[in-house]
Ligand binder design. Structure first.
Ligand SMILES: NC(=O)c1ccc[n+]([C@@H]2O[C@H](COP(=O)([O-])OP(=O)(O)OC[C@H]3O[C@@H](n4cnc5c(N)ncnc54)[C@H](OP(=O)(O)O)[C@@H]3O)[C@@H](O)[C@H]2O)c1
Length: 341
């Protein structure tokens, strides 16, 4: 029997500002029927968490709220009727609760995501439905497994929807969480990978991770031309578009019949494209919103089979959560910013 305290520590935002996050004491939740209570061991931050903290990403979010969605922990109590987990099992909750396979429902997307509008994981315990968590890959530590729910799964879904295969060229923007997972998955699939970054030092590091071609998008604002040249003029088969506003440039770097996974907006939410950029080369452009439980499980099998290790930038404590957010906001990170709880 694991002793569960009555109260716990949590990090909560009392206003929409990174300066408004502070430690609070609150009651430990009890697992309802069909739920598991998870003692959170580690969490990781995503760019989305910064956007949520501005108060614009999810309007009317009630304050105070506990941010962040990605965690790994251990099951400490079973709600009534739970048979698929045992106390002591390691779990990673799904970001989109209830999305098990295929497409999510609009309601799941709008109302069932952890870290807003559902409360997040920067707390010592969290109760989630038993069916909305997966077993993390065996070889990963809690810290490593906590990086998977959004960044890794988004990278995995992008390449899966793009139908990645050996010999493809995959173009990745920047060296954030999504891009570094996409780099590792693309290499495991036998693809050639082009990575852009604002930093030569980070490009040096992605070459060590297996990137075949690197381009500094600051020093070379027309990076799409350099990317196309690096493919002998053919273009990339798959682009993971984390920039957003950079979509016209990505389209210019995409091969005939290529695929652009529109994932993020670090360069801005709006892009103006010439439709002929799509029509002539018959490029498929698809929005990606993380992924389902079935995809998560498939990805975990691939992580184990290929010995993939998430790239961890810096580890902070729960008390240092504000520092962790600010570090992420600075853009200095390479890979995932994590919080040990
Ligand atoms: N749709 C989804 O399911 C989903 C899931 C996860 C993330 N996202 C979104 O995808 C984006 C990336 O997320 P993340 O978690 O990987 O973020 P992250 O870890 O914070 O990485 C962001 C990286 O983007 C690069 N960057 C910044 N400005 C850029 C620009 N103008 N052009 C190209 N690259 C630029 C930087 O790389 P360098 O420092 O190397 O320049 C930075 O490190 C965010 O917009 C996030 O919200 C969406």
């Amino acid at each position: 029997m694991i002793k569960i305290p009555a109260t716990m520590k949590a990090m909560a935002a009392k206003a929409f500002s990174l300066d408004a996050i502070s430690l609070i004491e609150r009651e430990v939740p009890r697992p309802a029927r069909g739920e598991i209570l998870v003692k959170v061991a580690a969490a990781s931050l995503n760019y989305r968490d910064l956007a949520v903290m501005t108060g614009t990403y999810i309007p009317n979010l009630p304050l105070p709220f506990v941010p962040a969605s990605d965690a790994c922990g251990v099951v400490v109590e079973l709600g009534e009727g739970v048979s698929q987990w045992r106390v002591g099992d390691r779990v990673t909750p799904l970001y989109t609760q209830g999305w098990h396979d295929g497409l999510p429902t609009p309601q799941q997307r709008a109302t069932r995501t952890l870290g807003a509008p559902l409360e997040g994981v920067l707390q010592e315990y969290i109760a989630v439905p038993a069916e909305d968590a997966v077993r993390p890959p065996e070889g990963l530590s809690d810290i490593e497994a906590a990086t998977l729910p959004i960044a890794a799964l988004t990278a995995w879904s992008s390449l899966a929807e793009g139908g990645v295969k050996p010999g493809d060229t995959v173009l990745l923007q920047g060296t954030g969480g999504v891009s570094l997972f996409a780099l590792q998955f693309a290499k495991a699939a036998g693809a050639r990978v082009i990575v852009t970054s604002s930093s030569d030092e980070k490009l040096e590091r992605v070459r060590k991770l297996g990137a075949d071609v690197t381009i500094n998008y600051r020093a070379n604002p027309q990076w799409e031309i350099a990317a196309r040249e690096a493919t002998g003029g053919r273009g990339a088969d798959i682009v993971v578009e984390t920039g957003g506003a950079t979509l016209p440039q990505s389209l210019a770097a995409t091969a005939f019949g290529g695929f652009v996974a529109v994932v993020g907006f670090v360069a801005g939410y709006e892009a103006k494209i010439q439709l002929r950029q799509l029509i002539g080369p018959m490029i498929r452009v698809q929005g990606i919103a993380v992924g389902s439980r079935a995809r998560f499980e498939a990805m975990n099998r691939a992580i184990t089979a290929n010995g993939i290790k998430p790239v961890i930038d810096t580890k902070f404590s729960l008390e240092e959560a504000q520092k962790a957010f600010k570090h992420m906001e600075s853009g200095a990170h390479f890979g995932k910013v994590v919080i040990a709880i």
